[in-house]
Write a protein that binds this ligand. Structure first.
Ligand SMILES: CCCCC/C=C\C/C=C\C/C=C\C/C=C\CCCC(=O)SCCNC(=O)CCNC(=O)[C@H](O)C(C)(C)COP(=O)(O)OP(=O)(O)OC[C@H]1O[C@@H](n2cnc3c(N)ncnc32)[C@H](O)[C@@H]1OP(=O)(O)O
Length: 167
């Protein structure tokens, strides 16, 4: 099914998952869709392997974690969460050097906590890993000394941004 992209989310400078100035990072792009889901797109590098040719499970966890954690920003981009629990099921080996899609959504939202689920999809659409996570909402200034300009927290659009994503 195709999902329509409504908005691209911000990237950062050094985050392992979304930092555009982290040479070993995933440099993932995040898109909010008309299905109220967040879709991440990234291309794993050789440096992200565990066994040769296979994405490291911790890296798979990192992209799932951030995709779910950011999905809360679809409704309000001033809500920040820190992960307090994360459960991952690895169902298929995940290859390197191919574009991967990750889908996340919020399943429960309360005053202090939120929960969500996500999946990593293989290029043929098969589900390779699933996750469930719980996050505690925190003001950004209680998480870290973040300065939006210094951390380069901004929407970075290229010429070839997708308008629809098949999931
Ligand atoms: C503006 C510039 C921005 C620049 C941005 C740059 C980069 C952006 C990067 C990412 C993009 C944005 C979003 C991404 C979102 C997610 C991605 C990944 C996020 C992470 O990678 S983040 C790192 C890993 N993560 C942590 O680093 C958390 C470590 N941890 C702690 O910091 C503490 O643990 C804390 C503060 C969570 C709690 O500490 P605390 O002292 O307040 O806790 P306390 O024990 O008092 O509990 C208080 C009440 O919470 C309940 N409670 C506690 N734990 C619970 C649980 N697990 N389940 C259910 N309830 C729980 C208790 O039951 C109690 O409830 P009650 O009050 O009712 O009794």
């Amino acid at each position: 099914m195709k999902q329509k992209v409504l908005k691209k989310q911000q990237n950062s400078k050094k985050c392992l998952v979304c930092g555009l100035k982290n040479d070993l990072g995933l440099k993932a792009s995040f898109y909010e869709t008309d299905m109220n889901e967040l879709i991440a797109i990234f291309n794993p590098l050789e440096e992200h392997q565990s066994y040769p040719g296979r994405l490291h499970g911790g890296i798979a966890g990192a992209i799932l974690d951030e995709t779910i954690g950011r999905a809360i920003m679809i409704q309000d981009d001033t809500i920040w969460g820190v992960t307090v629990e994360l459960n991952i099921k690895y169902k298929k080996p995940i290859p390197l050097d191919e574009e991967l899609r990750v889908v996340g959504r919020i399943t429960k939202d309360s005053k202090r906590l939120f929960e969500g689920t996500g999946e990593i999809l293989l290029p043929d659409g098969e589900i390779a890993a699933t996750a469930w996570g719980k996050y505690m909402k925190m003001p950004i200034d209680k998480i870290a000394d973040f300065n939006e300009d210094e951390q380069e927290w901004r929407i970075v659009s290229s010429k070839n941004e997708p308008t629809e994503i098949e999931v």
